[in-house]
Design a protein. Structure first.
Length: 357
């Protein structure tokens, strides 16, 4: 039962196979209606035989498609029978150019254009118009070859049925394809969004990565230069992190970095930008903040880390280097200033904040 359910999973079905199934079901419905109405309309009995074979071909193709999970062979057989046998014979037995076959041909062209690709599509798009253009010419030269309707009523009744059925089939097909396209577009947009998030997010901590931090810092420095805005940055380094990895293992070290990111996040403001700058280093960009304003947050982070109860280790401290933007300073000098202050903090005992006014 599960195997059959998987085969009938329309959502997971390849687009081309889905189109074939929809087109084949539509063709069966059109053929059944045609076969039922042709006899009362006084049309040639051969038309019902043609439509019956069309139903058999389409049903067999649908079954084969679900059983083998292949659509190309049955679709070629069904389209070829319809285009080169069924429709030409119906053309001559149901009123020719003024009969009900013409709207079906238009639907067939729609199916061929969206179901096939490459040379196969080109072949059918050339062959089908050629065949029926030839049929129109033959009808024009030899009008008596066409089996006419028995009355005006049967003529326009059949034409109305053909128009309605072909229109409904075309609309149903188009709606289904549009829905699948819409779903595919949403999935594509979601994937692009996810890839975008991955490209700027640190996979371990979930905060921004160095690539995003570099880009943001460069952009904010440009704004500061052009608009005389304020900005400060802080580099935070976990003290003795190598010992954590050596003593407790890298899995515990990873947990420390994750928890460190969460601890710092609690104190940064909405406009602040926090990211993992590399290894055990974190960078905070304080937009529109003086060194004094940034220090308030850094001190809160420093105290929070020191007071935090870590699950698997005795305690963790951090060293911080804070620098303020000076107009005209280069990117490397700006970051370098914070890095030198951080180095000073670590060289003078760690677990402290180093800054220069």
């Amino acid at each position: 039962m599960k195997k059959l359910k998987d085969r009938l999973d329309f959502a997971g079905m390849p687009l081309e196979q889905f189109i074939f199934v929809v087109a084949a079901v539509s063709a069966c419905i059109m053929a059944i209606i045609g076969a039922v109405t042709n006899i009362p309309l006084g049309l040639a009995s051969i038309t019902s035989v043609i439509l019956l074979i069309d139903i058999i071909v389409c049903v067999a193709g649908i079954i084969y498609s679900f059983k083998k999970q292949k659509w190309m062979v049955p679709s070629i057989i069904a389209v070829s029978y319809t285009a080169f046998i069924a429709f030409p014979m119906l053309w001559y037995t149901t009123g020719g150019a003024t009969g009900s076959t013409m709207p079906y041909i238009i639907v067939l062209g729609l199916v061929v254009s969206i179901m096939f690709k490459g040379k196969l599509r080109v072949f059918y798009n050339i062959a089908i118009p050629f065949i029926f253009s030839a049929a129109i010419i033959v009808e024009m030269l030899f009008p008596n070859i066409i089996i006419q309707y028995s009355s005006r009523t049967s003529h326009y009744t059949d034409l109305t049925i053909g128009l309605v059925v072909s229109f409904v089939a075309a609309v149903a097909l188009t709606i289904n394809i549009s829905k699948r396209y819409y779903v595919a577009r949403l999935e594509s947009e979601a994937l692009v969004k996810k890839l975008g998030e991955i490209s700027i997010t640190d996979p371990l901590t979930g905060i921004y990565n160095r690539r995003l931090l570099t880009s943001c810092l460069d952009e904010e420095m440009r704004k500061c230069y052009e608009s005389n805005n304020l900005m400060s940055i802080c580099i935070i380094d976990v003290d003795h992190f190598k010992q954590v990895n050596d003593v407790y293992g890298h899995l515990v070290g990873d947990k420390v970095l994750i928890e460190m990111a969460r601890t710092i996040e609690k104190h940064v403001k909405a406009d602040d930008i926090l990211g993992r700058y590399g290894g055990e280093e974190f960078l905070i960009i304080f937009k529109n903040q003086t060194l004094h304003e940034a220090l308030a947050t850094v001190e809160a982070v420093h105290k929070s880390v020191q007071d935090h109860e870590w699950e698997e280790i005795d305690g963790i401290t951090v060293s911080c280097g804070v620098s303020e933007y000076v107009k005209g300073i280069s990117y490397s000098d700006f970051v370098g200033a914070a890095d030198k202050l951080l180095y000073h903090a670590k060289e003078t005992g760690r677990n402290k904040i180093s800054y220069k006014r």
